[in-house]
Design a protein around this ligand. Structure first.
Ligand code: ATP
Length: 134
């Protein structure tokens, strides 16, 4: 079946780089599945979990806050605003972020930036999902 090279970057760092057998990423209109020899593809990602499986069948999970995915036959590059490997996620911090965002969305204080609160909620949910905490 072959492998793909998956590279995940944020503006600050390279988060992940390895040969993988498949990648599943959160496209705007649903999850995208990518295997080796994929046709060229450019997609916008929303906040969610990237799953990649290596040749031995071991799956790694990353939380991404949204970004861009470029796929070709041998390589997938993800440029994300923020990304963390499941093992790097501080679950308590993500829970606090979720509670803060939910409280704002519930109470709708004057001057609330709704899109920002919604985006913060989606980031926190992606982190909790990647960390298998929800
Ligand atoms: P918080 O309100 O907790 O800062 P946030 O969603 O606003 O959450 P971001 O702006 O997306 O945070 O990220 C800021 C930095 O903190 C990034 O480097 C990101 O990787 C890191 N980060 C955010 N939340 C977590 C977490 N729960 N565990 C590990 N790193 C995190």
């Amino acid at each position: 079946m072959g492998t793909l090279r998956l590279e995940v970057f944020t503006p600050q760092r390279r988060v992940f780089c390895a040969a993988v057998a498949s990648v599943i990423a959160p496209g705007l209109e649903g999850y995208l599945g990518i295997l080796p020899r994929h046709a060229p593809l450019l997609a916008v990602l929303k906040a969610g979990v990237v799953y990649c499986r290596d040749a031995e069948g071991k799956t790694e999970r990353l939380a991404v806050s949204g970004g861009i995915l470029e796929a070709g036959p041998v390589k997938v590059i993800i440029l994300a605003d923020e990304a963390e490997l499941a093992g790097e996620i501080d679950v308590e911090r993500a829970r606090r972020a979720k509670e803060r965002a939910e409280k704002r969305l519930r109470e709708r204080p004057a001057g609330l930036d709704l899109a920002r609160a919604e985006a913060a909620l989606q980031r926190s949910l992606a982190r909790l999902k990647a960390a298998r905490a929800i």
